[in-house]
Design a protein around this ligand. Structure first.
Ligand code: ZN
Length: 207
């Protein structure tokens, strides 16, 4: 028989806990048995509070009734001690319970729970969906008609250096950045100006 009688504790005001309990009850990510265990431990906190505040003069004669041993907790939730252990682990992992342990008085190698500290309910952080990376937009070819129209409009000259050879049609706003094939997004550049543009040196500079 353990010489340590574990306590159940909570920090914070009673009002907050009502809210936390309510939110906990609605959280679908916590299994019902773990919620029941949380509530069971909470009921022992109330005993603890009453005892320390001396609001109630009569304390149950059978002290063991007030001590949240694993066996007692198992009775409370109507499950086995193994289930209590499993739910304690699950509540600890979920950040809802902190189990303080002490060495067993008769065996320093054994740690036994000395306090079940209920922690405030924190909603499960919402995991933002991974950013959807849009596949690169498929490049639409510039039709021969459009090409001829833009060349005529720009006088068959590079809009940067007025060269008349090796002319290309350039997207003022890059296709990769959402620029379109509309006439007003197209201009004539010689290959040399266009390649300087491509390396970024003329990026964003319009003629
Ligand atoms: Zn040029």
């Amino acid at each position: 028989m353990s010489g340590i009688q574990p306590r159940a504790t909570r920090r914070g005001t009673r009002l907050d806990w009502v809210k936390f309990d309510f939110e906990l009850a609605r959280d679908g990510s916590i299994e019902p048995t773990a919620k029941a265990l949380y509530a069971a431990i909470a009921s022992f906190v109330d005993v603890e509070t009453r005892r320390s505040s001396n609001e109630i003069g009569t304390i149950a004669n059978d002290v063991s009734e007030d001590v949240p041993t694993r066996k007692r907790l198992a009775e409370c939730i109507g499950k086995s001690v193994d289930t209590v252990d499993r739910c304690i682990t699950s509540l600890e992992q979920r950040g809802l319970l902190k189990v303080h342990r002490r060495t067993h008085p008769d065996n320093p190698k054994v740690y036994v729970p000395s306090e079940y500290e209920l922690l405030p309910y924190q909603p499960q952080p919402v995991v933002a969906p991974a950013a959807v990376v849009a596949p690169p937009r498929k490049r639409m070819p510039i039709s021969a008609t459009k090409r001829a129209r833009v060349l005529a409009r720009d006088g068959h000259r590079c809009r940067k250096c007025s060269a008349i050879e090796d002319l290309t049609i350039d997207h003022i706003k890059h296709w990769s950045r959402g620029g379109s094939n509309a006439d007003d997004n197209l201009r004539v550049l010689c290959r040399s100006c266009n390649s300087r543009r491509s390396d970024g040196s003329l990026d964003g500079v319009d003629a």
